[in-house]
Design a protein around this ligand. Structure first.
Ligand SMILES: [Zn+2]
Length: 146
């Protein structure tokens, strides 16, 4: 973007009827310099449409320094956008991993309960007296049989 629109001074009109608005140039030769122009032809001077600078021309030192600073700023904005995009991607991956973790935890819980039941069956087969005792859930109670 080499120009930006600033305010809506729409009370002035160009000879061709277009609204005259205030803009800011961000070109290398006029960085930050404001101008007023007809909204129908603000990108080009001439052709009869209204177009005038508001600010004086920028000093030589400013012309030398500002474009480089603007390029660095835009580069950093692009990097920031990329980082935010990457961050969103990582958030999606994290959500998927959390969901997968919940599912795996549920499976591990089910398998653990199945294993306990199978251990109880095995103990009962090896030591039939256990089957007559009150609900035996602790494997330690079966140790006497082995
Ligand atoms: Zn005009």
């Amino acid at each position: 973007m080499s120009q930006s629109y600033e305010s809506s001074n729409t009370w002035k009109l160009c000879d061709y009827g277009g609204a005259i608005k205030r803009w800011t140039s961000w070109t290398d030769s006029n960085p930050g310099r404001r101008f007023e122009a007809c909204e129908n032809n603000w990108k080009n001077r001439g052709k009869g449409h209204y177009w005038e600078w508001v600010d004086e021309e920028i000093c030589p030192q400013g012309k030398e320094v500002l474009p480089g600073l603007l390029r660095r700023m835009r580069g950093m904005e692009q990097e920031l956008n990329q980082i935010e995009e990457d961050n969103e991607g990582l958030k999606d991956k994290l959500r998927a991993i959390v969901q997968e973790n919940k599912e795996l935890t549920a499976i591990v819980g089910r398998l653990g309960r199945q294993r306990m039941k199978m251990n109880e069956k095995i103990m009962v087969q090896k030591c039939p007296d256990l089957a007559r005792l009150a609900p035996m859930r602790s494997p330690t109670g079966a140790k006497a049989c082995f």
